[in-house]
Design a protein around this ligand. Structure first.
Ligand code: XMP
Length: 517
């Protein structure tokens, strides 16, 4: 792989994705990795990421200097560029001149291998206080800005390059080309990594891991479990059994989508557990959000364990025991739980709707090295319907946490209808790409007066919560066009009798969360 050395900024994952977009497989390593540890991963090139520190700050992240003796093609970016300059005998200084945001950069000469073929002047995205005042010996200056005399450098003989700006962000005009020039021209790496090659490699790996044992998988209707399950199925066919727990809190058409479209397109052998009665029974009279989440999480595990015991017993009787469980873990989860970066930045994962941790299976995690957009590409390649592959996030506890008040069958039916209308109109308006998700929330314990025909109504309000976000950690409310809102409001109040008022949530996260409960 190309190893992206993470100096603790938020950019390492983005760099790794850009490298893969260039058709070269990449992984992230913490800057604390020693030269021996890095060499042990058989890298074909290194990219040193940006970072939040000054190279002079106390405790500033460093790189084992011996890494530069490995003879690997290396590209330093921003902080990584400065670390490279400093380690190799150049000079890094704090001149008090800072550059943030869009900046004009001018090529020096023809820009060399790294910047060759690009316009003499270009717009690049900067974010730095310190700067490289003098390039190390043997390095040629490739670009400069008005504040930064050495904004890019290169040493062709040693295949070492660096840029002060961030080529991985879209605001840098020719950023992707800088990365591609480094990978393809400087390091001579072929662009041969794509979703086909991932599928072929995983299929082989899964077959080797599983042998003739059987495998179980829990489908949630979400993208990750749908793709990981289909991939395992491609590898081992009917040795895989997928389990889908219908907890009665799904949205309109979701169960059918899994049972019909998904199964038809993948051929996966599916067992659906009809657990709606059990879930609704336990949710009776419960209004507290945390209590609801706990009940739904607990019942999900119970339902899964029950069917799993039956399937295990059945398989054992047939002499083909179930030994493995499929999990749709993605690369950002691996990196964020300390598997990749030095700074263990652990997200508070929502485990509700997850599986128990003590199941007696070995894990198969075929998406462990992949980013979400790559998972979607693989899903499409495997023929999974786009409605599933492009799906917006939906919480494990489902509509149970979108009914404010007690969850009942009637209320679920009302919410399902309203939610289906909102989803349909947002899609018709072409807004799916712009919104991260749009929860529709039923204020079941609130009533408001309305007038319909000649009569007074006393119905429920619903809330539309459209948000835009990168990762759900922060979000802003999406400025939906008024005519789209009007259409949604009209249709919901006309078509869902119990709802006589539609409201819009205009709060960012923080201070509000995306979901209401
Ligand atoms: P909040 O409401 O915390 O939601 O801003 C952030 C993101 O997480 C989703 N979410 C969940 N996903 N199980 C899940 O799988 C859960 O229990 C859960 N709760 C919230 C939410 O839809 C949003 O995308």
């Amino acid at each position: 792989p190309v190893l992206v050395v993470d100096f603790g900024a938020q950019y390492a994952q983005l760099i790794a994705r850009r490298v893969r977009e260039a058709g070269v497989y990449s992984e992230i390593v913490p800057h604390t990795a020693s030269s021996a540890e890095i060499a042990a991963r058989n890298p074909v090139a290194l990219i040193l990421s940006g970072g939040p520190s000054s190279v002079y700050a106390e405790g500033a992240p460093r790189l084992d200097p011996a890494v530069f003796d490995l003879g690997l093609p290396t590209l330093g970016i921003c902080y990584g560029f400065q670390v490279m300059a400093q380690t190799l005998g150049g000079e890094v200084a704090n001149t008090g001149l800072r550059e943030y945001g869009a900046t004009d950069a001018a090529l020096t000469g023809d820009g060399g291998v790294l910047l060759g073929g690009q316009p003499a002047d270009q717009n690049v995205w900067m974010s730095h206080g310190d700067q490289v005042a003098a390039a190390p010996e043997g390095f040629e200056v490739l670009a400069s800005t008005s504040a930064t005399p050495v904004a890019a450098f290169g040493n062709d003989a040693k295949c070492l390059y660096g840029v002060q700006w961030h080529p991985e962000v879209k605001h840098s005009d020719h950023g992707q080309q800088v990365i591609e020039n480094f990978l393809h021209k400087a390091a001579g790496l072929a662009a041969d990594w794509n979703s086909d090659s991932v599928i072929a490699e995983q299929v082989e790996r899964i077959r080797a891991q599983v042998g003739d044992a059987r495998v179980i998988s829990a489908l949630s209707g979400g993208v990750d479990s749908a793709v990981s399950t289909a991939l395992v199925h491609k590898a081992i066919g009917d040795q895989l059994i997928a389990v889908f727990v219908d907890h009665g809190l799904l949205r309109k058409g979701e169960r059918e989508q899994v049972e019909q479209d998904y199964v038809a397109s993948t051929g996966v052998r599916l067992v659906t557990v009809d657990a709606a009665d059990t879930f609704l029974g336990h949710l009776q009279g419960v209004t507290d959000p945390e209590e609801k989440r706990k009940i739904i999480g607990r019942e999900f595990i119970r339902a899964f364990e029950k069917v799993q015991r039956e399937l295990v017993a059945e398989a054992a009787a047939e002499g083909a025991p179930i030994k493995f469980l499929v999990q749709g873990t993605l690369y950002p989860d691996v990196v964020e739980s300390g598997g990749g970066t030095g700074t263990a930045n652990i997200k508070s994962h929502h485990n509700v709707g997850g599986l128990p941790e003590d199941l007696d299976f070995e894990l198969i995690e075929p998406l462990r090295t992949l980013f979400k957009d790559e998972v979607r590409a693989i899903g499409r390649e495997l023929g999974i319907p786009d409605a599933i592959v492009s799906r917006q996030p939906f919480p494990g506890p489902g509509l149970g946490i979108r009914i404010i008040g007690e969850v009942t069958r009637d209320r679920l039916e009302i919410l399902r209808e309203a939610d289906a209308i909102a989803r349909e109109e947002l899609s018709n308006a072409g807004l799916d790409g712009e919104i991260w998700q749009c929860p529709v929330v039923l204020l079941a314990d609130v009533r408001s007066v309305g007038v319909q025909g000649d009569g007074r109504t006393y119905g429920h309000p619903i809330v539309l919560r459209p948000v835009s976000s990168e990762d759900a950690m922060t979000a802003d409310w999406t400025r939906l066009p008024y005519d789209v809102l009007a259409k949604i409001s009209n249709r919901i109040t006309n078509e869902v009798r119990e709802i006589n008022r539609v409201t819009l949530d205009v709060t960012s996260k923080p201070p509000a969360t995306i979901e209401w409960e």
